[in-house]
Design a protein. Structure first.
Length: 441
């Protein structure tokens, strides 16, 4: 059995949904198809939630109306028969009635999660209606019946597996299953989600849960590229990545894959393929455990919006336990650190989540003098055994010689060098590294 996940742009237009249909019937393998919301929908739902949180009901109502109109146009183009169109009308009515009821009740975070769930519910139901219209046998598999997170918002993989196995056992003869990405139930049994971009994570969790042959992530680009194609002109798709390399790239800026989606696949050794709905014959990128043996720099990624903290303290000199005290503060505020470098009297580290920056800084000040820098970027250079390769570090430093480097992290793993620079230099730094590290004829 395989998993096929289609992102927002792949289902975002009626004709694209038809392409998705072609792709899922192209072979006979049993498959679970995971769909995102139509592109733009989750953003619109976030906007509705924000308007309600601010008490701006009229603004929320307008946004709901605009979204409803979008869906009304969408189904008219998607479906042709009277029967399926009237099904679509029912679906749209049900979900927009729900949104309109929310306008009348008092808003809270649990309701906001319900609002956010509407996108994936709508896309899967409309797609399922299309399959029915075309008489393609398929089973509708509500994600809220099996996908769940615990009190720390972590997916409950073994429970997901048990529930999915039980549900799938009811349909031994069926080969196409349609489900929602992103949405889940939390430990209070309320509707929740796996955070923005979480449909990839859903697909990989499902893949791990059913021990799939492959998790296919279908997007609008032909795989992960060796550099950011939005910034650098000459980039190319990478044919093969190891799970570790892909995790670094996904985390440090390659927007194509949700970074959390690597671990379930890696844990259960399920290959992940990044494929292009618009060019299905393109090879894309294959991510497997077997990629560990390859050598050389594979890719560069850049991540913006980084904040650096420097903690200076003479008490650190010859002391032990200092790092623990620093890390405990970050643990307390559930804030993860990306890069870290130390000297005998100072530690520098970086964050991308600054929700608790104030509290963290206040507590760190008890340990030493704290400096905070904003608007930085991490440039991450990824490839197995990068460290063992002669000359790679020289090439990296040579390519970046015109930029002041704020931090360098080298040796943390065998497949990554990370460099912190001022955000304003990021684009040029990516271009220089492209010239310095890759040969393009
Ligand atoms: N629809 C959700 C989002 O836009 C989940 C996803 O597409 O992966 O974040
Ligand atoms: Mg995505």
């Amino acid at each position: 059995m395989k998993i096929m996940k289609f992102g927002g742009t792949s289902v975002g237009r009626p004709e694209r949904m038809h392409q998705v249909k072609d792709l899922i019937i192209a072979d006979d393998e049993k498959k679970i198809v995971v769909l995102s919301a139509l592109s733009g929908t989750t953003n619109a739902l976030v906007g509705i939630g924000e308007a309600l949180a601010e008490g701006k009901k009229d603004k929320a109502r307008q946004k709901i109306e605009a979204l409803q109109e979008h869906y009304t146009n969408f189904y008219m183009e998607l479906l042709t028969t009277k029967a399926s169109r009237s099904k679509a009308v029912q679906i749209i009515k049900e979900h927009f009635e729900f949104l309109n009821i929310i306008l009348k009740i008092s808003f809270n975070e649990a309701i906001n999660k319900d609002i956010l769930a509407q996108g994936e519910l709508l896309s899967t139901k409309l797609f399922y209606t299309l399959l029915q219209e075309l008489e393609i046998p398929a089973v509708f598999l509500p994600a809220l019946e099996f996908m769940s997170i615990d009190e720390n918002d972590e997916p409950e993989l073994s429970r997901i597996r048990e529930r999915l196995e039980a549900i799938m056992a009811r349909y031994p003869e069926d080969s196409i299953f349609i489900t929602q990405g992103y949405i889940c139930k939390n430990h209070r049994n309320e509707v929740d989600n796996l955070k923005r971009g979480g449909s990839d994570y859903s697909a990989s969790l499902i893949g791990a849960a059913v021990s799939a042959s492959v998790v296919e992530i279908w997007t609008d680009i032909d795989g992960m590229h060796n550099n950011d194609p939005r910034i650098v002109e000459q980039t190319r798709p990478i044919a093969h990545l190891s799970f570790d390399e892909a995790a670094e790239l996904a985390y440090f800026g390659a927007k194509i894959l949700h970074p959390a989606s690597i671990w379930p696949a890696q844990l259960h050794n399920v290959p992940v393929k990044l494929l292009n709905t618009m060019a299905p014959e393109a090879a894309g990128t294959t991510i497997t455990g077997a990629g560990e043996g390859t050598v050389g720099v594979k890719a560069i990624a850049g991540k913006d919006g980084i904040t650096a903290l420097k903690i200076k303290s003479s008490r650190m000199l010859l002391a032990y336990g200092f790092l623990r005290k620093v890390f405990e503060i970050f643990e307390k505020y559930r804030t993860s650190i990306d890069m870290i470098t130390t000297s005998e009297v100072a530690i520098s580290l970086t964050l991308d989540d600054v929700t608790h920056l104030k509290e963290i800084t206040a507590e760190l000040q008890k340990l030493g003098k704290v400096e905070v820098d904003h608007h930085l970027s991490i440039i991450c250079i990824v490839g197995n055994t990068i460290m063992e390769e002669p000359g790679v570090l020289n090439k990296i430093m040579g390519s970046l010689e015109q930029f002041p480097l704020r931090m360098v992290s080298y040796g943390g793993s065998r497949h990554n060098v990370s460099i912190l620079i001022d955000g304003k230099h990021k684009e040029l730094a990516l271009k220089r590294l492209n010239q310095g590290l890759f040969d393009f004829e």
